[in-house]
Design a protein around this ligand. Sequence first.
Ligand code: 5RP
Length: 236
Amino acid sequence: MTSLVEQSKKLCAYKAVDVDLDPSKHRVIGIGSGSTIVYVAERVGQLANKSELVCIPTGFQSKELILKNGLTLGSLEEHPEIDIAFDGADEIDSELNCIKGGGACLLQEKLVGDCAKKYVIVADERKNTGVLGRHWRQGVPIEVIPSSYTKILLQLEKLGGKPTVRPGAPAKAGPCITDNGNFIIDCDFGEIPAAKVKELNDKLVSMVGVVETGLFVKMAQKAYIGNNDGSVTALA
Ligand code: 5RP
C-alpha cells in the first residue's frame, strides 16, 4: 500500500507540472533529483508533445528518469537557458529559501536552478517548516574540493557549526564522492532564521575550497507542498 507521504509527493509533483508547465511555451525543462521528482518526470512523460521537449538533468538519477519516461535528454552546455525547472528540497522556509543536497547533487541542481527562468520546488509537508534546520537535522550540505576538507572542517567549527564528512555507501569505502569528484560536508548550524540564510551562505562560499552549498537563497519562485490530507499548498 502506498504511504501518505508517498501519495503527497505524487500529488504535489503532478500539480506543479499541471499548473506551471505550459507545453506550448516551455521547451527546455530542468529535472531535479530525489524521490519527489520521480513523479515530476512521470507527469512530464505523459505530455502529448513530449518529443518536442528537451530535459536537462541534475545528476545520474535524473538522467535515468528522463530516459525512463521517454523524454529527450539534453545538456546544460547545449541549453544554458532553461524555460522551467522542477526540483525537490530537503527543507523550505517561509521565504522559499531551501536546503538541498540530501542526494549530493547540489552543484548541478544549483546550476540548473540558476539557468531556469522559473524554478519550482516540490516537497511533502514534512519539509515545509518555516525555518531551515528544524526538519533537516543532518545539516547544510557543502560540496568541497577533496584536498581542502580538513581546513574547511576547522573553518566551519570556528563559525559555530558541527560539521561531518558525509560517508559513501558503504561507509567503510570512504567519503561520499559527488558527480564532480568532490566531497560533501554536512554542517549543522541549528535553526537558520530566514533573514540569516543569505549571510550564512555568503560566509560559506567565501571559504576557499568550497565549491557550492546546499543553501538555495530565494532561488525558487514557487513551491508546491503535498499534504497528508490529500491537499496541495502552493507557496509563492
Ligand atoms: C538531492 C536533493 C533532493 O531534491 C532532496 O534531497 C529532496 O529529495 P526527496 O524528494 O527524496 O525528499 O536536493 O540533492
